[in-house]
Each structure stands twice: as C-alpha cells, then as structure tokens.
Write a protein that binds this ligand. Structure first.
Ligand SMILES: [Zn+2]
Length: 233
C-alpha cells in the first residue's frame, strides 16, 4: 500500500495475537507511543498536537473514530475487520491521520470531517493530502438493509454510484467508493487517493472478517507515523 514514502511510515492490515508488538517493532517505537482510540462508529476526531504535552495521553483510549497529529514518533492506529481503514498524510504541514469508517461512520462523513480537522488543527490544504485506503468488505460482500439505504439516499446525492440495489430492500454498498467520494468532496485530489481494492470477506487467507469469521476473530491494525527526520530511525 502506497509503497514506501519518504517522511512517513505506515502499514495496513496487520493481524494476529502479537500484532501490537510487531507494530511497535515495525515503527521502531515503544508500545506506549502507539495511539489506539476507542472506536465507537461515530464521527468524533481526536487531535494530538505536538505543542501540547497532554495531547497524547488525552487522545489515547478516548472515544473517537479518527485521530490526527503533527507529532513525529507517535503511531496513529485504527483497528478494522470489514470496516475501512483510511490513512492520510500531509507532506506540506507534516501531519497525518488515521480513520475508522464503517457504514455508520461513513453515513456521518467521518472521512471528510477528519480532513476538516487536519485543516483546522494544522492548516492542511486538502489538495496536498495523500490518502491510502486499506482492505475492507468490498461491494461484492457488503450488504446493507433498507434503513441504511434510506439514509444513504437522504445524505448523498451520488448514492447510486456506490450502491447496487438488490430489489428486496437490500443493497450492496461500495464502502471504499463512498469514502473516496466524500474525500474528493472535501477537496482531496482523486489521483492522490490510493485504494487497496481488496475485499476482507473474499480473501480469508489474508484478512480477518467479522462478517465471515464472527467478532471473536480479532481485527487488523493499520498505522501511520511521521518520521522524525532529525532522529536516527
Ligand atoms: Zn468480497
């Protein structure tokens, strides 16, 4: 995903019982530098400002479905199975973000709200952002029912582009597509958005899936960190 990018380190879809330890090793940080917010399928964004000492402590473990920072050396993580992990990077302002977007968060436009947070907190310009979209349940497998379809119709005039109706009141939702549309609507350039295009339900050998394996299956970690150019990483 996104290949290797100078200035940041990131990864998508790490799974297994030792994933936190492996993540710390990959990023070269202590585990207490890994920020895990308490995801609640909402739209609140946690901001970790490097200029505030308490920022890290405050954000970790708090309710939220996206977290943004300009602090090099903290790893922002999200945990997903069929929901969408989104990682954002602003090379100009040296800020990053991590977003957890399932259908609930996506209906609340959590991705575009995270872009707004980057703008408000760090002066990011949407056109400077690069976005990586990780593995999630694809349009092949993500069935939603009538109430969700109604909300999609109500809130997004482009809903036909991201839903295939099945005629029985249900529909197949293109969750990555819905988030790409929101990000583009927030000013992110489409050619700076890179999607994994990998369905977690179809690919059991590579991914966890709540829809396929049940909630006991755990989840996958995705993370992003600004590299401190002055430190030897
Ligand atoms: Zn699938």
């Amino acid at each position: 995903m996104m290949g290797r990018i100078p200035g940041i380190r990131h990864l998508f879809g790490l799974r297994g019982p030792r994933s936190l330890e492996i993540l710390a090793g990959y990023f070269g940080v202590r585990e207490d530098r890994i920020i895990s917010i308490r995801q609640v399928h909402g739209d609140s964004i946690r901001v970790i400002d490097a200029s505030s000492d308490e920022g890290t402590v405050e954000a970790a473990g708090q309710d939220g479905d996206a977290v943004v920072t300009n602090d090099p050396g903290v790893v922002l993580t999200v945990r997903t199975a069929d929901c969408l992990p989104i990682l954002i990077w602003d090379a100009e302002k040296n800020a990053v973000g991590a977003i957890h977007a399932g259908w609930r968060g996506s209906l609340k436009a959590v991705a575009s709200k995270a872009v707004s947070s980057l703008q408000a907190a760090f002066g990011s310009r949407p056109r400077d952002l690069r976005v990586g979209i990780g593995p999630a349940a694809g349009p092949c497998c993500y069935e939603v029912d009538r109430p969700v379809l109604e909300l999609l119709r109500e809130r997004f005039d482009f809903w036909r582009d991201v839903v295939r109706e099945k005629g029985n009141g249900k529909g197949m939702l293109d969750l990555p597509g819905l988030n790409v549309r929101q990000l583009v609507g927030a000013g992110v350039s489409p050619d700076r958005i890179e999607a994994a295009d990998a369905c977690t339900v179809c690919h059991s050998e590579r991914f966890y899936s709540f829809r396929r394996d049940g909630t006991a299956s755990g989840g996958m970690l995705s993370g992003i960190m600004i590299l401190d150019e002055n430190a030897s990483v």
